[in-house]
Design a protein around this ligand. Structure first.
Ligand code: CP
Ligand code: NVA
Length: 303
Protein backbone atom coordinates (compact mmCIF):
# COMPACT_ATOMS: atom_id res chain seq x y z
CA UNK A 1 0.00 0.00 0.00
CA UNK A 2 1.17 3.55 -0.69
CA UNK A 3 2.33 5.96 2.07
CA UNK A 4 -0.98 7.87 2.03
CA UNK A 5 -4.69 7.26 1.61
CA UNK A 6 -5.71 10.10 -0.71
CA UNK A 7 -7.98 8.31 -3.18
CA UNK A 8 -9.58 4.88 -3.54
CA UNK A 9 -8.00 4.81 -6.96
CA UNK A 10 -4.55 4.49 -5.31
CA UNK A 11 -5.61 1.19 -3.73
CA UNK A 12 -5.15 -2.18 -5.34
CA UNK A 13 -7.62 -4.95 -4.67
CA UNK A 14 -5.23 -6.53 -2.13
CA UNK A 15 -5.10 -3.19 -0.26
CA UNK A 16 -8.89 -3.08 -0.01
CA UNK A 17 -8.86 -6.65 1.27
CA UNK A 18 -6.22 -6.01 3.94
CA UNK A 19 -8.15 -2.97 5.19
CA UNK A 20 -11.36 -5.03 5.39
CA UNK A 21 -9.60 -7.91 7.16
CA UNK A 22 -7.99 -5.50 9.61
CA UNK A 23 -11.32 -3.79 10.30
CA UNK A 24 -12.99 -7.14 10.90
CA UNK A 25 -10.26 -8.19 13.36
CA UNK A 26 -10.19 -4.86 15.20
CA UNK A 27 -13.98 -4.81 15.47
CA UNK A 28 -13.93 -8.28 17.03
CA UNK A 29 -11.15 -7.37 19.48
CA UNK A 30 -13.10 -4.30 20.56
CA UNK A 31 -16.31 -6.32 21.02
CA UNK A 32 -14.40 -8.90 23.10
CA UNK A 33 -12.92 -6.12 25.23
CA UNK A 34 -9.38 -7.09 24.25
CA UNK A 35 -6.65 -4.50 24.16
CA UNK A 36 -5.28 -3.72 20.71
CA UNK A 37 -2.69 -1.02 21.21
CA UNK A 38 -1.19 -1.26 17.75
CA UNK A 39 -0.29 2.45 17.72
CA UNK A 40 0.95 2.81 21.28
CA UNK A 41 2.76 6.11 21.74
CA UNK A 42 1.80 7.37 18.26
CA UNK A 43 0.11 10.66 17.42
CA UNK A 44 -2.39 11.64 14.74
CA UNK A 45 -3.02 15.27 13.74
CA UNK A 46 -6.53 15.97 12.44
CA UNK A 47 -6.86 19.09 10.29
CA UNK A 48 -10.47 20.19 9.83
CA UNK A 49 -11.45 23.00 7.44
CA UNK A 50 -15.06 21.73 7.41
CA UNK A 51 -17.51 20.48 10.04
CA UNK A 52 -17.69 16.85 11.12
CA UNK A 53 -19.39 14.57 13.58
CA UNK A 54 -18.51 11.03 12.46
CA UNK A 55 -15.06 11.62 11.02
CA UNK A 56 -13.76 13.57 13.98
CA UNK A 57 -15.17 11.27 16.64
CA UNK A 58 -14.24 8.02 14.90
CA UNK A 59 -10.64 9.06 14.24
CA UNK A 60 -10.21 10.47 17.74
CA UNK A 61 -11.76 7.49 19.51
CA UNK A 62 -10.04 5.08 17.13
CA UNK A 63 -6.63 6.53 17.90
CA UNK A 64 -7.33 6.29 21.64
CA UNK A 65 -8.41 2.64 21.31
CA UNK A 66 -5.20 1.90 19.40
CA UNK A 67 -3.16 3.28 22.29
CA UNK A 68 -2.21 6.58 20.66
CA UNK A 69 -3.43 10.15 20.88
CA UNK A 70 -4.93 12.59 18.39
CA UNK A 71 -4.90 16.37 18.08
CA UNK A 72 -7.88 18.27 16.71
CA UNK A 73 -6.46 21.05 14.53
CA UNK A 74 -9.22 23.40 13.40
CA UNK A 75 -8.36 26.01 10.78
CA UNK A 76 -9.51 28.65 13.26
CA UNK A 77 -6.57 27.89 15.51
CA UNK A 78 -3.59 26.86 13.39
CA UNK A 79 -1.27 29.09 11.35
CA UNK A 80 -2.32 27.03 8.32
CA UNK A 81 -5.68 28.74 8.68
CA UNK A 82 -3.89 32.13 8.62
CA UNK A 83 -2.03 31.37 5.42
CA UNK A 84 1.14 29.50 6.46
CA UNK A 85 1.95 27.54 3.33
CA UNK A 86 1.07 23.86 2.98
CA UNK A 87 4.67 22.77 2.27
CA UNK A 88 6.01 24.27 5.50
CA UNK A 89 3.07 23.02 7.55
CA UNK A 90 3.49 19.50 6.17
CA UNK A 91 7.23 19.41 6.83
CA UNK A 92 6.93 20.77 10.37
CA UNK A 93 3.98 18.59 11.34
CA UNK A 94 5.90 15.55 10.05
CA UNK A 95 8.51 16.21 12.76
CA UNK A 96 5.93 16.03 15.56
CA UNK A 97 3.31 13.57 14.42
CA UNK A 98 3.09 10.01 13.08
CA UNK A 99 0.11 10.63 10.80
CA UNK A 100 -2.23 13.34 9.55
CA UNK A 101 -5.91 13.24 8.64
CA UNK A 102 -7.15 16.18 6.57
CA UNK A 103 -10.70 17.31 5.79
CA UNK A 104 -10.69 20.27 3.46
CA UNK A 105 -12.07 21.67 0.21
CA UNK A 106 -9.61 20.96 -2.57
CA UNK A 107 -8.19 17.52 -3.30
CA UNK A 108 -5.08 19.26 -4.64
CA UNK A 109 -4.35 20.70 -1.16
CA UNK A 110 -4.40 17.24 0.40
CA UNK A 111 -2.16 15.91 -2.37
CA UNK A 112 0.24 18.82 -1.96
CA UNK A 113 0.33 18.23 1.80
CA UNK A 114 1.10 14.54 1.23
CA UNK A 115 3.90 15.36 -1.22
CA UNK A 116 5.70 17.44 1.41
CA UNK A 117 4.88 15.28 4.43
CA UNK A 118 7.14 12.40 5.38
CA UNK A 119 4.33 10.78 7.41
CA UNK A 120 1.11 9.14 6.12
CA UNK A 121 -1.67 11.52 5.08
CA UNK A 122 -5.29 10.34 5.15
CA UNK A 123 -8.02 12.10 3.17
CA UNK A 124 -10.92 12.74 5.56
CA UNK A 125 -13.06 14.25 2.76
CA UNK A 126 -12.48 16.79 0.03
CA UNK A 127 -14.87 18.31 -2.49
CA UNK A 128 -13.73 15.54 -4.84
CA UNK A 129 -13.51 12.36 -2.73
CA UNK A 130 -14.37 10.70 0.58
CA UNK A 131 -12.31 7.48 0.68
CA UNK A 132 -12.71 6.67 4.41
CA UNK A 133 -16.48 6.71 3.97
CA UNK A 134 -16.34 4.59 0.85
CA UNK A 135 -14.18 1.95 2.56
CA UNK A 136 -16.63 1.82 5.48
CA UNK A 137 -19.53 1.47 3.05
CA UNK A 138 -17.95 -1.47 1.27
CA UNK A 139 -17.01 -3.07 4.59
CA UNK A 140 -20.66 -2.75 5.68
CA UNK A 141 -21.81 -4.41 2.46
CA UNK A 142 -19.39 -7.30 3.07
CA UNK A 143 -20.70 -7.69 6.63
CA UNK A 144 -24.32 -7.74 5.45
CA UNK A 145 -23.95 -9.70 2.22
CA UNK A 146 -20.72 -11.68 2.63
CA UNK A 147 -19.08 -10.08 -0.41
CA UNK A 148 -19.40 -7.21 -2.88
CA UNK A 149 -18.52 -9.24 -5.97
CA UNK A 150 -21.25 -9.15 -8.57
CA UNK A 151 -23.58 -6.94 -6.51
CA UNK A 152 -25.36 -3.99 -8.04
CA UNK A 153 -24.92 -0.68 -6.22
CA UNK A 154 -27.21 2.16 -7.29
CA UNK A 155 -26.13 5.68 -6.38
CA UNK A 156 -28.97 8.20 -6.66
CA UNK A 157 -28.48 11.96 -6.35
CA UNK A 158 -25.69 14.48 -6.65
CA UNK A 159 -22.55 13.64 -8.61
CA UNK A 160 -20.48 14.73 -5.60
CA UNK A 161 -17.51 13.43 -3.61
CA UNK A 162 -19.37 10.25 -2.61
CA UNK A 163 -20.38 9.53 -6.21
CA UNK A 164 -16.76 10.02 -7.33
CA UNK A 165 -15.50 7.73 -4.59
CA UNK A 166 -17.98 5.03 -5.62
CA UNK A 167 -16.80 5.30 -9.22
CA UNK A 168 -13.15 4.98 -8.15
CA UNK A 169 -13.97 1.86 -6.14
CA UNK A 170 -15.90 0.38 -9.07
CA UNK A 171 -12.84 1.01 -11.25
CA UNK A 172 -10.90 -1.35 -8.98
CA UNK A 173 -13.39 -3.92 -7.71
CA UNK A 174 -15.87 -6.21 -9.49
CA UNK A 175 -19.27 -4.77 -8.51
CA UNK A 176 -21.78 -3.05 -10.78
CA UNK A 177 -22.30 0.67 -10.22
CA UNK A 178 -25.34 2.42 -11.66
CA UNK A 179 -25.64 6.12 -10.93
CA UNK A 180 -28.59 8.44 -11.49
CA UNK A 181 -27.78 12.16 -11.40
CA UNK A 182 -29.74 15.10 -12.78
CA UNK A 183 -28.42 16.71 -15.94
CA UNK A 184 -25.76 19.24 -14.96
CA UNK A 185 -24.87 17.43 -11.73
CA UNK A 186 -22.78 14.59 -13.09
CA UNK A 187 -19.78 13.17 -11.21
CA UNK A 188 -16.30 14.46 -12.05
CA UNK A 189 -15.85 13.99 -15.82
CA UNK A 190 -12.34 12.51 -15.66
CA UNK A 191 -13.19 10.10 -12.85
CA UNK A 192 -16.37 9.00 -14.63
CA UNK A 193 -14.61 8.47 -17.94
CA UNK A 194 -11.85 6.45 -16.30
CA UNK A 195 -14.36 4.46 -14.24
CA UNK A 196 -16.42 3.55 -17.31
CA UNK A 197 -13.25 2.51 -19.17
CA UNK A 198 -11.70 0.46 -16.37
CA UNK A 199 -14.48 -0.94 -14.19
CA UNK A 200 -14.33 -4.75 -14.21
CA UNK A 201 -18.11 -5.09 -13.73
CA UNK A 202 -19.23 -1.76 -15.17
CA UNK A 203 -20.19 1.82 -14.37
CA UNK A 204 -23.32 3.32 -15.98
CA UNK A 205 -24.67 6.86 -15.60
CA UNK A 206 -28.45 7.21 -15.95
CA UNK A 207 -30.77 10.17 -15.71
CA UNK A 208 -33.73 8.13 -14.47
CA UNK A 209 -33.39 6.92 -10.85
CA UNK A 210 -35.89 4.12 -11.53
CA UNK A 211 -33.51 2.71 -14.16
CA UNK A 212 -30.52 2.91 -11.83
CA UNK A 213 -32.18 1.15 -8.89
CA UNK A 214 -33.83 -1.65 -10.86
CA UNK A 215 -32.92 -4.92 -9.09
CA UNK A 216 -30.19 -3.17 -7.10
CA UNK A 217 -28.63 -4.86 -4.06
CA UNK A 218 -27.69 -1.52 -2.54
CA UNK A 219 -29.34 1.89 -2.92
CA UNK A 220 -27.05 4.71 -1.83
CA UNK A 221 -27.66 8.42 -1.55
CA UNK A 222 -26.06 11.55 -0.09
CA UNK A 223 -27.11 15.14 0.52
CA UNK A 224 -27.99 17.33 -2.44
CA UNK A 225 -26.11 20.30 -0.98
CA UNK A 226 -22.60 19.40 0.16
CA UNK A 227 -20.47 21.46 2.52
CA UNK A 228 -19.37 24.60 0.72
CA UNK A 229 -22.30 24.57 -1.76
CA UNK A 230 -24.81 26.35 0.48
CA UNK A 231 -25.30 29.16 -2.08
CA UNK A 232 -26.58 26.62 -4.64
CA UNK A 233 -29.24 25.30 -2.29
CA UNK A 234 -32.34 26.86 -3.83
CA UNK A 235 -31.42 25.88 -7.39
CA UNK A 236 -30.48 22.35 -6.36
CA UNK A 237 -33.75 21.78 -4.50
CA UNK A 238 -35.57 22.38 -7.80
CA UNK A 239 -33.20 20.39 -9.99
CA UNK A 240 -33.17 17.31 -7.74
CA UNK A 241 -36.92 16.80 -7.59
CA UNK A 242 -37.56 13.18 -8.60
CA UNK A 243 -34.22 12.00 -7.18
CA UNK A 244 -35.46 11.31 -3.67
CA UNK A 245 -34.83 7.85 -2.22
CA UNK A 246 -38.32 6.97 -1.00
CA UNK A 247 -40.44 3.88 -0.57
CA UNK A 248 -41.64 3.87 -4.20
CA UNK A 249 -38.06 4.01 -5.46
CA UNK A 250 -36.64 1.29 -3.23
CA UNK A 251 -39.58 -0.97 -4.14
CA UNK A 252 -37.95 -1.19 -7.58
CA UNK A 253 -34.74 -2.59 -6.09
CA UNK A 254 -34.27 -6.15 -4.80
CA UNK A 255 -36.55 -7.13 -1.91
CA UNK A 256 -33.61 -7.37 0.49
CA UNK A 257 -31.94 -4.17 -0.75
CA UNK A 258 -29.57 -2.39 1.64
CA UNK A 259 -30.28 1.33 1.92
CA UNK A 260 -27.17 3.36 2.67
CA UNK A 261 -26.30 7.00 3.29
CA UNK A 262 -22.99 8.44 4.50
CA UNK A 263 -24.83 10.92 6.76
CA UNK A 264 -25.62 13.58 7.79
CA UNK A 265 -29.00 13.20 6.04
CA UNK A 266 -31.60 15.81 5.18
CA UNK A 267 -34.76 13.87 5.84
CA UNK A 268 -37.47 14.76 3.36
CA UNK A 269 -34.94 15.94 0.76
CA UNK A 270 -32.65 13.23 -0.68
CA UNK A 271 -34.25 10.49 1.45
CA UNK A 272 -37.47 10.09 3.41
CA UNK A 273 -37.49 9.54 7.17
CA UNK A 274 -39.53 6.39 6.56
CA UNK A 275 -36.74 4.83 4.45
CA UNK A 276 -33.86 6.00 6.61
CA UNK A 277 -35.52 4.52 9.70
CA UNK A 278 -36.98 1.56 7.81
CA UNK A 279 -36.09 -2.14 7.83
CA UNK A 280 -33.80 -1.96 4.77
CA UNK A 281 -31.62 0.81 6.16
CA UNK A 282 -28.14 -0.07 7.43
CA UNK A 283 -27.00 3.50 7.98
CA UNK A 284 -26.25 3.26 11.70
CA UNK A 285 -24.03 0.19 11.23
CA UNK A 286 -22.45 1.99 8.29
CA UNK A 287 -21.63 4.97 10.52
CA UNK A 288 -20.25 2.71 13.26
CA UNK A 289 -17.97 1.02 10.76
CA UNK A 290 -16.13 4.29 10.15
CA UNK A 291 -14.43 3.59 13.48
CA UNK A 292 -13.31 0.05 12.70
CA UNK A 293 -12.26 0.73 9.12
CA UNK A 294 -10.26 3.86 9.93
CA UNK A 295 -8.52 2.05 12.79
CA UNK A 296 -7.44 -0.56 10.25
CA UNK A 297 -6.26 2.15 7.84
CA UNK A 298 -4.26 3.88 10.58
CA UNK A 299 -2.79 0.62 11.84
CA UNK A 300 -1.65 -0.29 8.33
CA UNK A 301 -0.25 3.13 7.44
CA UNK A 302 1.17 4.30 10.77
CA UNK A 303 2.70 1.23 12.42
N1 CP B 1 -20.10 10.87 6.81
C1 CP B 1 -19.27 11.78 7.36
O1 CP B 1 -18.11 11.97 6.96
O2 CP B 1 -19.79 12.43 8.43
P1 CP B 1 -19.21 13.71 9.16
O3 CP B 1 -19.30 14.86 8.20
O4 CP B 1 -20.06 13.88 10.38
O5 CP B 1 -17.77 13.44 9.52
N1 NVA C 1 -21.26 15.12 0.17
C1 NVA C 1 -21.24 15.50 1.57
C2 NVA C 1 -20.70 14.38 2.40
C3 NVA C 1 -20.69 14.65 3.88
C4 NVA C 1 -20.07 13.53 4.68
C5 NVA C 1 -20.42 16.76 1.74
O1 NVA C 1 -19.35 16.86 1.13
O2 NVA C 1 -20.85 17.64 2.47
Amino acid sequence: MKKDLLSEYDLERADFESIFEGAHRLKRLLREGKEHHLLKGKTLGMIFDKSSTRTRISFEVGMFQLGGVSLFLSNRDTQLGRGEIIADSARIMSRYLNGIMIRTFSQESVEEFARHATIPVINGLTDLLHPCQLLSDLFTIIEKRGAYEGLKVAYVGDGNNMANSWINAAAKLPFHLDLACPDGYDPDVAILKRGIAEAPAGVVLHRDPAEAVRDADVVYTDVWVSMGQEAEREEKMKRFQGYQVNRALIDRAKKDVLVMHCLPAHRGEEITAEVIDGPRSVIIDEAENRLHVQKAVMAILMR
